[in-house]
Design a protein around this ligand. Structure first.
Ligand SMILES: Cc1ncc(COP(=O)(O)O)c(C=O)c1O
Length: 445
């Protein structure tokens, strides 16, 4: 079958997430190897976004592939109530690399298949543990597309999920490039963001708040790195009011920020961590909630308020265990910092050369460019909220023409390569990004 025929069949029978379906055109990807995807015509694309910030090991890592093959041949499924060797081993590994390992507390993990489920389950556990019902999240956030997680998401994808479950309120978190608090320094931004949250508490009553759920680095909403001090202040504030702090590490986990978790990179100890994506390098769906031992032990005498057919699925945990071992053997949690040292200056130089690059921000191997019409006014190249990617689509086309895949939301484009990316691969792909930006800007007139 020709590529055009496959594309026509795809458009006719498949509903693609989040998009208006008319006129969709994408390459037909048939193979992945290392940092590259290959389409049905043999064209190669550097994966500058690790899929959806998930394929942290690059494509087809032989050790993870072998673990999946071996597991498929041994045991394809066992009910979650039956114990399983790799499930136990993976949960132990997660405890060892968790922020609770340092003082010997550790954690237990409830496995799911996706990030969204993990957030739903974390909220359910937080409500059971605290006896409170309210949950607070940031407006610039995405937490998934299931019943609770879509309502936890602050951004416009939430609108299609409304009206959803009640008792979820939202707040503004720091965004230094476009400060919601009219701050001019990082310290001011942190201080005012915490003050704003305290004001929200007055109206919501902190004694009714079970959890604050937050991405340690805002992911799909533009890779916003919070100013130093914000996450520690949030930790102190939640602790003061007996509110659980849940870090949504679905994107930031597993080396993305240059440490095992964003929490560890920023030195903040949450009460729970939700994860997915990078845990298995996305080869097989796997997610979960890591619950610090102090809290998890309270489920020894009462039932855990959640469960799924695929909780701790043997295929998923086999992939996860192999991936977590590779991260450690190949020192990939640390590799994010080396990539950061190369990506940051390269993107800063793109910002100098290109009139649309208003802001470059990120940490580890997790960066974004925010594109604007005018660097002085900071008017976004395409407006935020509800109107789709607009002209940004053309940038992704220009990238693909030059053999690079990435994605983004509204006026932000992701630069988040696999952690296994070599220096020359990175240089080549960032040069292509520069060329694509040039061609894109030429089309803007
Ligand atoms: C921070 C964050 N949380 C949760 C999710 C939802 O994960 P999933 O798509 O696996 O449900 C995402 C997805 O991009 C995410 O970025």
């Amino acid at each position: 079958m020709s590529t055009a025929e496959i594309q026509a069949r795809h458009a006719k029978y498949v509903l693609t997430p989040w998009m208006a379906q008319g006129g969709l055109a994408a390459p037909v990807i048939v193979r992945g190897e290392g940092r590259y995807l290959y389409d049905a015509d043999g064209k190669r694309y550097f994966d500058l976004a690790s899929g959806l910030i998930a394929v942290n090991l690059g494509h087809g890592h032989p050790k993870v592939v072998a673990a999946i093959q071996e597991q498929a041949a041994t045991l394809g499924y066992a009910a979650p109530s039956l114990f399983h060797d790799k499930r136990a081993e993976l949960a132990e590994e997660l405890s060892k690399i968790s922020p609770w390992a340092t003082d010997g507390e550790g954690c237990r993990t409830f496995f799911t298949t996706t990030g969204a489920e993990s957030n739903d389950d974390a909220v359910r556990m937080a409500r059971a543990l605290t006896g409170r019902h309210k949950v607070l999240t940031a407006y610039r956030s995405f937490h998934g597309a299931t019943g609770t997680s879509i309502m936890m998401s602050g951004e416009d994808r939430r609108w299609g999920g409304e009206p959803g479950p009640p008792s979820i309120s939202r707040f503004f978190a720091p965004y230094p490039y476009r400060s919601p608090f009219h701050a001019t320094t990082a310290e001011e931004e942190t201080h005012r963001a915490i003050e704003h949250l305290e004001r929200i508490f007055v109206h919501e009553d902190p004694k009714r708040v079970a959890a604050i759920v937050i991405e340690p680095v805002v992911g799909s909403n533009g890779v916003i790195v919070y100013p130093e001090g914000y996450l520690p202040a949030l930790r102190a504030l939640t602790a003061k009011h007996g509110i659980l702090l849940v870090m949504d590490e679905v994107m930031t986990g597993f080396g993305r920020t240059g440490a095992a978790f964003g929490s560890t990179r920023f030195g903040v100890v949450p009460d729970m961590i939700t994860f997915a994506k990078g845990v298995s390098s996305a080869y097989i769906p796997l997610g979960g909630v890591m619950v610090r031992e102090k809290l998890a032990s309270s489920f020894d005498a009462r039932a855990l308020p959640s469960g799924h057919t695929y909780s701790g699925h043997p295929m998923s945990v086999a992939a996860g265990l192999a991936a977590v071992r590779v991260y450690q053997e190949e020192k990939l949690f640390e590799r994010g910092r080396e990539l950061e040292a190369m990506i940051r200056p390269a993107l800063a130089s793109l910002a100098e050369k290109h009139r649309t690059v208003g802001d470059v921000r990120g940490v580890g191997a997790f960066f974004a460019l925010e594109l604007v019409k005018d660097k002085k006014t900071k008017e976004a190249l395409v407006p935020w909220h509800g109107e789709g990617p607009g002209v940004m689509k053309n940038l992704y086309v220009e990238l693909r023409k030059r053999g690079v895949y990435s994605f983004g939301k509204f006026n932000c484009v992701m630069v988040a390569p696999p952690l296994t990316t070599t220096t020359s691969e990175l240089e080549e792909s960032l040069a292509a990004l520069g060329e694509a930006l040039g061609a894109f800007e030429a089309t803007l007139g």
